[in-house]
Write a protein that binds this ligand. Structure first.
Ligand code: SF4
Length: 375
C-alpha cells in the first residue's frame, strides 16, 4: 500500500500578537495519496477488524472524507460537530478513541477522558484559528484585560483553553455569550473574528475580539453569493458564522454544522445553498435525499480560491492514517498536566451549560438538535 503523501500545499492565515497587531503567516497541509479501489477495500476490512480487536471507536467530524464518516457510523462510532464529538467520546465505554478531525478535537477528547487512549490519523492536521492564536501571545493579551471574562472557541490549543473561563462551540456560543451579557459581564473573545462579530451583533455584548479567521469560511464571497441567489431565488441559504459578515447577512439560517444539517432535513424547500466546508454535503445528502444542495461560491472572477471550501487539514485524515493508529498505536494525543486540568474547567462549564439549558440553545440556534450525526 502506498501511504506516501503529496507535496505539501501552503496556506496564508492571520496571526495576532498580544498588542493586537496582525500579520499574515503561512502554514502547510499535506493530503494522503489516493488509494485504488482494491487497496481501499483491503484497508477498510483491516480497520473494521482492528476496531473490534482493540475495542476502539471511530469519531469523525462532518468535514472529513465521506468514506471515513460512513465507516464511523457503520462501526458504531459517531459523526458530528466538535461539541457532540467531545460529548460522545467522553460517554462512550471504549478505552481507545480514534478521532478523525483536527488536532484541537483530539486534545479536547483527551482533556475530557485522560484515562483513555486518544489517537489521530495525522497529528499535524491543525486549524488556522488554532495556529493564529499562540498561547504565549494570548496570555499577554489576556493579562492586559483582567476585567473581562475569557471566552474561547473550541478551535484553540489546550494551552489557550487552559487560560479561559469558558470554551464554546458554534452550537452554543450565542447562548453562552447572551447569558454572560445578561449577567453584566464584559468579554474577551478568541480567536474567530467573524463568529465573534456575529455574536456581538446578535447579543449586544461588550466583546473585545482576537483577530483570527478560518481560512475556509473566510473565502466565501458576498458578491458571488448574491449572484448565485439570483439564479436560485427559491433556495434557502445556510451559513456557518465563521463566514464574513457580507455572507452571514444573506443567510436564512446561521448556525453550526449540526444546525445546518437539521435545517436541510426539516426544511420544506427543494434547494439549499450551503456556506461551509463541502465535506458536510455527504451527510446532508444521506439525511435529506432528493434535496438539491449547492455549494456557496468561494471566489470571484480574477480572485484565487485558497481552499475551495475544503479544509486542507481535515483532508489530511485518511483511511491509511486510521489503520496506522490501530495497528501501530501512532498519532497518540498527550495533554500534559496542569494544562489538561486547567483546560478541563472551561470545557466542563460549557458541557454543563448545554446539558442544563437546552431551551436556551434551541432559542439561540433556531433548531439545535442533539446527536443528529447518529440519526
Ligand atoms: S474548516 Fe476552518 S475552522 Fe474548521 S478546522 Fe479547517 S481551518 Fe479550522
Amino acid at each position: 500500500m502506498n501511504s506516501t503523501v503529496s507535496t505539501p500545499i501552503a496556506f496564508d492565515y492571520p496571526q495576532q500578537d498580544a498588542s493586537g497587531l496582525t500579520c499574515t503567516a503561512q502554514a502547510w497541509a499535506k493530503v494522503p495519496a489516493p488509494l485504488t479501489d482494491v487497496q481501499k477495500q483491503s484497508v477498510l476490512a483491516r480497520i473494521r477488524s482492528e476496531l473490534i480487536a482493540r475495542k476502539a471507536v471511530l469519531i469523525a467530524h462532518y468535514y472529513v472524507d465521506g468514506a471515513i464518516q460512513d465507516l464511523a457510523l457503520e462501526t458504531g462510532g459517531f459523526v458530528a460537530d466538535s461539541l457532540e464529538m467531545a460529548r460522545f467520546g467522553k460517554n462512550h465505554p471504549a478505552q481507545t478513541l480514534i478521532v478523525a478531525g483536527v488536532r484541537f478535537m483530539g486534545e479536547t477528547a483527551k482533556i475530557l477522558s485522560p484515562e483513555k487512549t486518544v489517537l489521530m490519523p495525522d497529528l499535524e492536521a491543525t486549524c488556522s484559528l488554532d495556529l493564529g492564536c499562540p498561547a504565549d501571545q494570548f496570555a499577554l493579551f489576556r493579562s492586559l484585560h483582567p476585567d473581562r471574562v475569557v471566552v474561547v472557541y473550541a478551535n484553540t490549543s489546550a494551552a489557550v483553553k487552559a487560560q479561559a473561563d469558558w470554551m464554546v462551540t458554534s452550537s452554543c456560543a450565542l447562548a453562552i455569550v447572551h447569558q454572560l451579557h445578561q449577567q453584566g459581564k464584559k468579554i474577551l473573545w478568541a480567536p474567530d473574528r467573524h463568529l465573534g462579530s456575529y455574536i456581538q451583533e446578535q447579543t449586544g455584548a461588550d466583546m473585545l475580539l482576537w483577530n483570527g479567521a478560518c481560512i475556509v469560511h473566510d473565502e466565501f464571497k458576498g458578491v458571488e453569493l448574491e449572484l448565485l441567489r439570483a439564479q436560485h431565488p427559491q433556495a434557502v441559504v445556510l451559513v456557518h458564522p465563521e463566514s464574513p459578515s457580507s455572507v452571514v447577512a444573506q443567510a436564512d439560517v446561521v448556525g453550526s454544522t449540526s444546525a445546518m444539517i437539521k435545517a436541510v432535513v426539516d426544511g420544506n424547500a427543494a434547494e439549499y445553498i450551503v456556506a461551509t466546508d463541502q465535506g458536510i454535503l455527504h451527510r446532508m445528502r444521506q439525511l435529506a435525499p432528493g434535496k438539491h444542495l449547492i455549494a456557496a461560491p468561494t471566489a470571484g472572477q480574477s480572485a484565487t480560491c485558497k481552499s475551495c471550501a475544503n479544509c486542507p487539514w481535515m483532508a489530511m485524515n485518511g483511511l491509511q492514517g486510521i489503520l496506522q493508529c490501530l495497528e501501530q498505536g501512532s498519532g497518540e494525543i498527550d495533554v500534559p498536566e496542569p494544562t489538561r486540568s486547567n483546560a478541563l474547567i472551561c470545557i466542563e462549564r460549557m458541557l454543563d451549560f448545554t446539558e442544563h439549558h437546552p431551551e436556551l440553545l434551541a432559542k439561540a440556534q433556531h433548531g439545535f438538535v442533539k446527536n443528529i450525526g447518529a440519526a
